[in-house]
Write a protein of this length. Structure first.
Lengths: 100, 173
């Protein structure tokens, strides 16, 4: 019997892998992909809660979440292209102008 | 029982390819592993009885977002940076911290007593979940829907404006 805990553990596992990717990778595109992993883990837990708590609000929320994720990727990759044109790098260690 | 087998198949493939996303050396391989993970998440959505979400996941994530990522990889010419060490030096600290975070979270989930059963979920509502989602979205959630569409429009205009202005500045220099 599948319970809510199964889906939450899967969601937590994908979230942890995404956080590990954000913290360990140097290529900023792969960092953005790890952010997508985190988004997906949140979507899984929202859908699981909506299924097990008998409420369709979670499903509607997942649709909104996916839309916002698409907008975020569009803006993020546009910023990335601009940064690459100016700095000629995608290494997160070299993008430290704001550090002061 | 059958459902459990499929859940384990989908989640094991998803987790393995997610680990491959963050450990693959080239960004193109990461993108393709991410496509596999997103497809498995779509399958998980089908296990949660929401085929509409699975379709949206495949259309938007695999169809739009990943194509955008592959375009970015192509434009940014990542290939020549493969020789640089691809892992950050702080991963020695970060990976154990994330593992500890996962263990704590899993402990909380397992011991938290969230074992709600889905007994009594109306099968009729499951059979037409797409219809119900559509009615909810254009009924009770009409205002958030409009706001989200506006956000999407602003994001697309912003992306185009960013890239266009950057190119003009490049020509001036």
């Amino acid at each position: 019997m599948l319970t809510l805990s199964h889906y939450l553990i899967l969601s937590l596992l994908l979230f942890s892998i995404g956080v590990a990717g954000v913290l360990t990778r140097r290529n900023i595109i792969v960092v953005l992909m790890s952010l997508e992993l985190i988004f997906n883990s949140v979507n899984i837990s929202l859908a699981a809660f909506s299924y097990y708590l008998h409420s369709l609000t979670g499903m509607v929320f997942v649709v909104f979440n996916i839309t916002i994720a698409a907008a975020e990727v569009a803006v993020g990759l546009a910023i990335l292209v601009c940064v690459y044109r100016r700095r000629r790098t995608t290494n997160v260690d070299e993008l430290d102008e704001l550090k002061g | 029982m059958m459902e459990q087998v499929f859940f384990y198949i989908f989640s094991i493939i998803a987790v393995i390819s997610a680990i491959s996303v963050i450990s693959a050396r080239s960004a193109v391989r990461s993108a393709f592993y991410l496509i596999i993970t997103l497809m498995q998440v779509a399958a998980i959505f089908i296990l949660l009885r929401s085929p509409f979400l699975a379709a949206v996941q495949v259309f938007i994530y695999v169809g739009a977002v990943m194509v955008l990522f592959l375009f970015a990889v192509m434009v940014l010419d990542i290939g020549r940076e493969k020789l640089v060490a691809y892992m950050h030096h702080q991963s020695v600290i970060a990976v154990p911290a994330v593992i500890v975070f996962f263990i704590m979270g899993a402990y909380m989930i397992i011991r938290g007593g969230w074992n709600v059963s889905n007994a009594g979920f109306p099968e009729a509502a499951l059979a037409k979940s797409s219809e119900v989602i559509g009615k909810e979205m254009f009924g009770r959630y009409l205002f958030p829907f409009e706001v989200v569409s506006l956000v999407l429009l602003i994001a697309l205009i912003g992306a185009v404006a960013l890239v266009l202005r950057g190119r003009e500045k490049d020509k001036q220099c």
